[in-house]
Design a binder for this molecule. Structure first.
Ligand SMILES: Nc1ncnc2c1ncn2[C@@H]1O[C@H](COP(=O)(O)OP(=O)(O)OP(=O)(O)O)[C@@H](O)[C@H]1O
Ligand SMILES: [Mg+2]
Length: 258
C-alpha cells in the first residue's frame, strides 16, 4: 500500500495559556492538493511550524511518506523533500531573481570543495540543467523578463511567486505553502493558480494555507478547515462551500474575514 504523503497525528501546541493547535489529525494522500483554511488565528501557520519542527509539538507525531519525522531538525526534514514557504515573502537581498530561484536547488548541487570546480564538465552540465529549470519555472509564472533584476525590486506579489518557484527548485515531494496568494493581484493570482495546477500535474503533493476562496475552490482536491486550533471539518470543495459551520466560523471573526 502506498503510504500517505503526510499524516498529522494528534498534534498539539500551546503558547502560555493559549492552545494554538489542539489535537489535530489529518492525512494527505500522495499527489493531491489539500487546502488548509480557517479564520485568522485558527492555528494554520502554527500547524506548518509543527510539521516542519520549527516549533516542537507538545504532543503528537508527523509522518512523511510513512516514516515519522518527529524531532528531526528542520534542515533534515527539508533534505528529505518536505519544502515550505513562509507567510511573508523571504527574498534574499543582493541577489537577482534567477539567483534567488537557484538557491532552492542547493540540496541537489554537489556540496564540498569539489563542487566549486566549475571547470569539471559534470558540474557545468548540472548547473546548466538547474539554470534551465529555474528559467522555465520563472517563465511559467511570468517572471522571466525580470530574471536579471535584483529580486528586491520586484513587486510584493512577484516576490511571493518567486518564493514558490524557489521552493519548487528543491524538487519537493511535499510542498507546504503559507498564503501564497496574499498580496497578489488578479493576474498574479491567475499565474499562481496555473503554477499550482502544473505542480499537481507533476505529481507533487501540496498543502496550501489560503484565504482566497475562489483559488482554493479551483485548485483543491480536499479542504481541511481549522477553527480555534482544531479540525472543524474536512471534505471536497463543493461540500465545504455549503457547510454552515464553516460559514459561521468565518462570520464569527467579523471584519477580519477575507
Ligand atoms: N510564537 C508564538 N508565540 C505566542 N503565540 C503564538 C505564536 N505563534 C502563534 N501564536 C498564536 O497562536 C494562534 C494561532 O496562530 P497562527 O499564526 O498559527 O494562526 P493562523 O491560522 O496562521 O492565522 P492567520 O490566518 O492570521 O495567518 C494565534 O492566537 C497566535 O497569536
Ligand atoms: Mg498564518
Amino acid at each position: 500500500m502506498t503510504p500517505a504523503a503526510l499524516e498529522a497525528i494528534g498534534l498539539s501546541k500551546s503558547f502560555g495559556g493559549l492552545v494554538a493547535v489542539d489535537d489535530v489529525s489529518f492525512t494527505v494522500a500522495q499527489g493531491t492538493l489539500t487546502a488548509l483554511i480557517g479564520p485568522n488565528g485558527a492555528g494554520k501557520t502554527t500547524l506548518f511550524n509543527l510539521i516542519t519542527n520549527l516549533y516542537r509539538p507538545d504532543a503528537g507525531d508527523v509522518r512523511f511518506l510513512g516514516a515519522s519525522i518527529a524531532g528531526l531538525a528542520p534542515e533534515r526534514i527539508a533534505g528529505l523533500g518536505l519544502t515550505r514557504t513562509f507567510q511573508s515573502a523571504r527574498i534574499f537581498p543582493g541577489m537577482t531573481t534567477l539567483e534567488n530561484a537557484l538557491v532552492g536547488a542547493h540540496r541537489h548541487l554537489r556540496g564540498g570543495p569539489l563542487a566549486q570546480m566549475a571547470w569539471l564538465p559534470s558540474v557545468r552540465d548540472e548547473e546548466r540543467r538547474v539554470t534551465a529549470r529555474a528559467e522555465a519555472l520563472l517563465e511559467l509564472v511570468g517572471l522571466a523578463p525580470f530574471r536579471r533584476a535584483p529580486a528586491t525590486t520586484l513587486p510584493m506579489g512577484a516576490q511571493k511567486l518567486l518564493e514558490v518557484v524557489r521552493a519548487l527548485m528543491a524538487r519537493p515531494r511535499l510542498l507546504l505553502l503559507d498564503e501564497p496568494a496574499a498580496g497578489l493581484n488578479d493576474s498574479e493570482t491567475a499565474e499562481l493558480s496555473g503554477l499550482l495546477s502544473a505542480v499537481r500535474a507533476n505529481g507533487i503533493t501540496v498543502v496550501v494555507v489560503e484565504h482566497n476562496m475562489s483559488l482554493v475552490m479551483e485548485v483543491a482536491d480536499e479542504i481541511v478547515v481549522l477553527d480555534a486550533g482544531a479540525v472543524l471539518t474536512r471534505g471536497v470543495p463543493a461540500d465545504i462551500q455549503r457547510d454552515r459551520r464553516v460559514i459561521e466560523a468565518y462570520i464569527g471573526q467579523g471584519a477580519g474575514a477575507h
